[in-house]
Design a protein around this ligand. Structure first.
Ligand code: C5P
Length: 307
């Protein structure tokens, strides 16, 4: 029987995103409190016919069609790069693969959608190469080292849960989860924002940043307290590139969000609500106006194999 592996990985929000000055390596040092949401990408990997290479099919119906169409299906897709890099690390030839990506995370939205695909692919490749080529399975720490070469957010998507990210975001310190449930509404924009462009806009603003103790923040005791502590140093940069975002943040708070904030480099806005019922109510109202507003709960596990 042909080998078929299923894997998934979660979206992230940065509850806190502190960003330092651009370094000589072209990256900004960050101090981030990452939180995984139960909005996940699902990836299916099947052994392809010999000599057919890698083919990628992308689909999804909960995010705008333009987002799906914006995802490349050639060698520039992060999942393709992951397959090549993973096989190379094991000293093996890149296998022939048919890959199906079910996207649920807004594309170029600041929620690590591409990184979640890469994390799911790492977990899937780990299993595939073990089954097909008898290679030893790598640990999550070893997968994270490979993931860091693919993108700064990939290691967090492997770990999931709640974690501090330092370095350029790839050095992960897992924390115990929050002691309360969190309910989120994620408002996707029809257009994406490129991460390097947002970081470049951040440089223009010349912001002074202090790195704070994020482990202490993970001990907050309620959504209200958490909301009051959420910050994102990239938010003003995202506003400067897409001015309508600041109005949307205000509107979400007027509609009852405890706190609404640009997620990572944006432009998705992550809004924290007191209850699931309230998040659902606002989601319905926005969806009826044509806004893509997805609900999710916080604290999801990292990339994993699905049965
Ligand atoms: O690591 P990743 O591939 O996601 O980064 C994309 C781009 O975002 C980098 O090339 C860099 O321009 C910017 N970036 C940054 N500082 C970080 C992470 C990303 O400047 N900590």
């Amino acid at each position: 029987m042909s080998t078929i592996i299923r894997a998934s990985a979660p979206a992230k929000v940065n509850l806190v995103f502190e960003v330092g000055q651009l370094g000589s390596d072209g990256y900004h040092p960050v101090n981030s409190l990452f939180f995984a949401l139960d909005l996940s990408e699902e990836l299916t990997l099947a052994k392809g016919e010999a000599g057919t290479g890698i083919s990628i099919y992308v689909h999804g119906d909960s995010i705008p069609e333009a987002h799906i169409n914006a995802v490349p299906t050639d060698h520039s897709n992060l999942v393709h790069k992951t397959a090549v890099l993973f096989a190379q690390k094991l000293g093996k030839a890149t296998p022939d693969l048919q890959i199906d990506i079910h996207k649920r995370i807004p594309v170029a939205g600041g929620m690590a959608g591409g990184s979640a695909d890469a994390a799911a692919m790492l977990v899937a490749m780990n299993e595939f190469m073990h089954q097909e080529h008898g290679t030893e399975k790598l640990s999550i720490e070893e997968l994270a080292v490979i993931g860091a070469e693919l993108g700064s957010d990939v290691p967090f998507c492997l770990y999931g849960g709640l974690a501090i990210g330092t370095g350029r975001g790839e050095m992960i310190t897992p924390l115990e989860g929050l002691s309360f449930e969190t309910n989120w509404l994620l408002c996707a924009s029809s257009k994406g924002l490129s991460t390097p462009t947002v970081f470049a806009a951040f440089d223009e603003l010349d912001t002074e940043t202090q790195f704070t103790d994020l482990a202490e923040l993970s001990k907050t005791s309620s959504p209200t307290e958490l909301g009051s502590r959420m910050t994102n140093d990239l938010e003003q940069a995202a506003f400067s590139l897409m001015p309508s975002l600041s109005q949307q943040v205000r509107e979400l708070e007027e509609l009852g969000a405890i706190r609404a904030m640009v997620s990572g480099s944006g432009p998705t806005i992550a809004a924290l609500f007191e209850s699931e019922a309230k998040a659902n109510e606002v989601s319905k109202a926005l969806n009826s106006q044509g806004v893509v507003a997805l609900t999710a709960k916080g604290g999801a596990q990292g990339a994993r194999l699905d049965g």
